[in-house]
Ligand binder design. Structure first.
Ligand code: IMP
Length: 200
């Protein structure tokens, strides 16, 4: 019989991306759409790990099924790792992506190209009553001096990936989804599931 896992995210773009990566004949992947009334989880932890684990645990408690969740942060070296766990609300509680990008470019104004290193770090938690696993995926890059490109979301227009020679917002979405921090973290989870290392 197939094992069931619930994806604890309401973001449909992420759902599509993750379903594609985790395809596995032994696993049935459910989403929050299958569980009307699932609680909204407040991401108020001090680390990405805390937030990912909290989301997975709350959804496990509601569904009684193993739940998987992710939390991502942009860590900028010059800013000592900020905005990090506060990436989505860097310029305030109801900040738009554009507000956050503007604040970031302002914080790095005058900082020369060689000192603008940053990385996206995605932490994924898989939680059940018998086991808990945390894996992470990292994508290294640099913050540009201006926004470039129209694709993607969040900080994509200012996140330059040297390996691809463009920002995430300029990159073909299929390429981004195969090489991103999230892809790397979920690939690790896939390996763990394929190797039957997780105790459901
Ligand atoms: P979340 O925890 O995955 O929702 O990510 C938190 C914040 O990080 C988002 O609101 C975005 O601003 C940013 N973020 C996460 N993943 C990406 C990405 O792939 N590109 C650009 N920004 C991202």
């Amino acid at each position: 019989m197939k094992k069931r896992i619930v994806l604890a995210t309401g973001n449909q773009d992420k759902v599509k991306e993750i379903v594609e990566i985790l395809k596995n004949p032994d696993i049935e992947l459910l989403t929050l759409e299958d569980f009307p009334g699932a609680p909204e989880v407040v991401e108020d932890g001090e680390t990405l790990e805390e937030n990912a684990l909290k989301k997975a645990r709350v959804i496990f408690e509601f569904t009684q099924l193993p739940a998987v969740s992710d939390d991502t942060g942009l860590e900028v070296e010059y800013l000592n790792g900020a905005p990090g766990v506060y990436s989505s609300r860097y310029s305030g509680e109801n900040a738009t992506y554009a507000d956050n990008v503007k604040k970031l470019l302002g914080a790095l104004q005058g900082v020369p190209p060689g000192k603008r290193q940053a990385r996206f770090r995605c932490v994924v938690a898989l939680y059940s009553e018998n086991d808990t696993r945390i894996v992470e995926g990292i994508c290294e890059g640099e913050i540009t001096e201006q926004s470039r490109g129209n694709g993607g979301f969040g900080y994509d227009p200012v996140f330059f990936v040297p390996a691809q020679g463009c920002t995430f917002a300029e990159m073909d979405l299929n390429v981004k989804n195969k090489t991103s921090h999230r892809a790397k973290a979920f690939l690790k989870l896939r390996n763990l599931l394929e190797n039957k290392e997780f105790k459901f």
